[in-house]
Design a protein around this ligand. Structure first.
Ligand SMILES: [Zn+2]
Length: 395
């Protein structure tokens, strides 16, 4: 999932995951792990917008009046609706997930389901979260209130017309728990990004010293957590299809086209930009190219619900039968998370603690908006290529 000051930060937890088998042990394990959904109750009571506790998360910034980047929800309220009438179980899972961040509720974060008229209203589209169901294991969300472009092709399914989240009740994907996956997406919707994609915790392995990885390695004060050789890209479920398809294009091409395609093939597992171009799920794991317009706190948070478990998106089946895609640099496994960490809460409480409003008086794509001309000058493709964003708006 996002993804970076990101005007259109969207996060995909395990986009292309499919499940071919079942794991009774996983299914029975998850609910037990969730037995105590508020393990940090005491910590939460102490958090406020000026908390000095250690900070560890990464989020969007509060950028009032800036319609070119993702913004926070005004008045700490997410207005939402189901795009299609939900099944009772889907509604129940979603509403349970909304309660999976109890610390936010105690800090006056709220959710408001809007009626069908508002849901279908074009004028409201840029400020209402649309909740979409799928049964394919696709989980992705816009990050905060995304920047949108009224001039974009509305028939393009990747066009961002307003906040949305795609949720699935498929078992055994992502964190391995349906409600935990939705809680992860709710983190994105409020404005959090993936902990493992903070580039400053990555370093090139010796054998990759001269390879074209694409992330900043400065910030020597931070303890590195991930080595590039610990990212086993070929274990991603969609690797064979994406790599094989691109390889076939290389073989069929000639001249400069062939060279360009070969360069992409060489960097498919090293660059989020390239991975995004080919809709490859590596885009969810690889470190960000840069972190402009993001807030990154001081320490790594191994308990963040925004951190993928090692086997998220991995080949091989279902739940913990999936192959590991990435481990920590000391070769230990990143375990799944079922609830937000104290620092996930703290980042959001700090982000929304600012008294500044994030919402413009009129929709920022409206021609009556004073920012409309400014907005128009920036092409959609430029927005999409800004740092942190994936080209297709999915990360
Ligand atoms: Zn995510």
């Amino acid at each position: 999932m996002h993804l970076f000051s990101a005007p259109i930060a969207i996060i995909l937890l395990v986009s292309a995951e499919t499940v071919h088998g079942g794991s009774r042990s996983w299914e029975s394990k998850a609910p037990n792990q969730r037995a105590n959904p508020t393990p940090y109750y005491e910590d939460l009571l102490t958090l406020n917008s000026t908390s000095t506790l250690v900070k560890r998360a990464m989020s969007i910034k509060s950028s009032p009046g800036d319609n070119s980047v993702a913004r926070i929800w005004p008045n700490k309220e997410i207005r939402w609706c189901f795009e299609e009438p939900p099944s009772p179980s889907f509604r129940g899972q979603w509403e349970t997930a909304l309660k999976s961040w109890p610390g936010l509720l105690r800090h006056d974060f709220t959710y408001k389901e809007v009626d069908d008229d508002v849901c279908k209203s074009e004028s409201e589209r840029s400020s209402v979260l649309h909740v979409r169901y799928n049964n394919r294991g696709v989980l992705k969300s816009t990050n905060g209130i995304p920047a949108i472009d009224a001039a974009a092709d509305k028939s393009d399914p990747d066009t961002i017309l307003g906040p949305y989240t795609m949720l699935s009740d498929k078992e055994g994907v992502g964190q391995g728990d349906v409600v935990a996956n939705m809680a992860h997406e709710i983190g994105h919707i409020w404005g959090l990004h993936h902990e493992h994609q903070i580039p400053y915790y990555w370093e090139k392995s010796l054998e990759h010293t001269f390879d074209q990885w694409n992330f900043p390695e400065e910030n020597p004060g931070r303890v590195k957590r991930f080595q590039t050789n610990g990212f086993i890209c070929s274990n991603l479920k969609d690797y064979d299809d994406i790599y094989g398809g691109l390889e076939a294009k290389v073989n069929a091409a000639t001249g400069n086209v062939k060279k360009d395609l070969q360069a992409d093939l060489d960097r498919l597992c090293k660059s989020r930009v390239v991975a995004s171009t080919y809709k490859f799920s590596a885009v969810e794991w690889l470190p960000l190219e840069h972190t402009a317009n993001l807030v990154i706190d001081s320490d790594f948070d191994p308990k963040s619900i925004m951190l993928y478990p090692s086997n998220a998106g991995g080949k091989g089946g279902f739940g913990d039968d999936r192959e590991d895609v990435m481990k920590y640099s000391d070769d230990t496994v990143i375990p799944p998370r079922w609830w937000p960490s104290p620092m996930d809460y703290e980042r959001l409480i700090k982000l929304y603690g600012s008294p500044a409003l994030s919402t413009l008086e009129v929709p920022h794509t409206s021609k009556s908006s004073p920012n409309f001309n400014l907005f128009k000058k920036s092409s959609y493709s430029n927005f999409r290529k800004r740092a942190g964003d994936t080209k297709d708006g999915v990360c």
